[in-house]
Design a protein around this ligand. Structure first.
Ligand code: PRP
Ligand code: URA
Ligand code: MG
Length: 209
């Protein structure tokens, strides 16, 4: 079974509390969501493999470490996943970006895919799928299906807030995909929203209703 990790760094927790607050407006929500994503990626990338290369400093030749292995790509699940991309790019500016458009039917809670545009070499990249909310898990599961169908093999899912049902759904469908969250919240409401959650992340990021 895949790993599920809550990143409980105090800065992440503090900032998450700020965006949970319903009085936090779009401008702050947007910037703080990206700050959290940046801090999360800093923690998640601790295990990236390294290799030694020879370089020459002004003092002479020396063996030093650089990142080894696969290149990265960030895959936001539209729309709300866009709210985490800039934060990731602060740390990994050369990452390619793929987009998967997904909306959840408000009544049935079933996800619908409406857009997929990915880097050509996703089979060779380590992919970070980002979306602030993992509720029923339907959208993330379908997004991961779309990636695997196109050859992706190395996928991690990074969310701000997860529900227990969402984590279980991903672990069942995609036991190879590790999940990282800033919080595991207590429940899903009858209307499919995470409680306490942050409300509708897409609407809060983009100022829609
Ligand atoms: O785990 P699930 O039950 O599938 O719910 C989570 C999905 O719902 C939200 O997207 P939404 O459909 O509201 O689209 P948006 O990002 O355009 O607002 C959220 O950003 C996730 O993609
Ligand atoms: O709580 C939730 C659940 C799904 N989508 C959101 O934006 N928020
Ligand atoms: Mg939404």
């Amino acid at each position: 079974m895949s790993k599920f990790t809550v990143l409980d760094h105090p800065l992440i927790q503090h900032k998450l509390t700020m965006i949970r607050d319903k009085n936090t407006g779009t401008k702050d929500f947007r910037s703080i969501a990206n700050e959290i994503a940046e801090l999360m990626v800093y923690e998640i990338t601790r295990d990236l493999p390294m290799e030694s290369v020879e370089i020459e400093t002004p003092m002479g030749k020396s063996m030093q470490k650089v990142l080894a292995g696969k290149k990265l790509a960030v895959i936001p699940i539209l729309r709300a996943g866009l709210g985490m991309v800039d934060g990731v790019l602060e740390l990994i500016p050369a990452a390619k970006i793929g987009h998967i458009g997904m909306y959840r039917d408000e009544k049935t809670l079933q996800p619908h895919e409406y857009f997929v545009k990915l880097p050509a070499d996703i089979d060779k990249r380590e992919l970070f799928v980002v979306d602030p909310m993992l509720a029923t898990g339907g959208s993330a599961n379908m997004a991961i299906d779309a990636l695997k169908k196109r050859g992706a093999t190395n996928i991690r899912l990074v969310v701000l807030v997860a529900s227990p049902q969402g984590v279980e759904a991903i672990q069942k469908e995609h036991p190879d995909v590790d999940i990282y969250a800033a919080s595991l919240d207590t429940e899903l409401t009858d209307s499919g929203y995470i409680f306490p959650g942050l409300g509708d992340a897409g609407d809060r990021l983009f100022g829609t209703k």
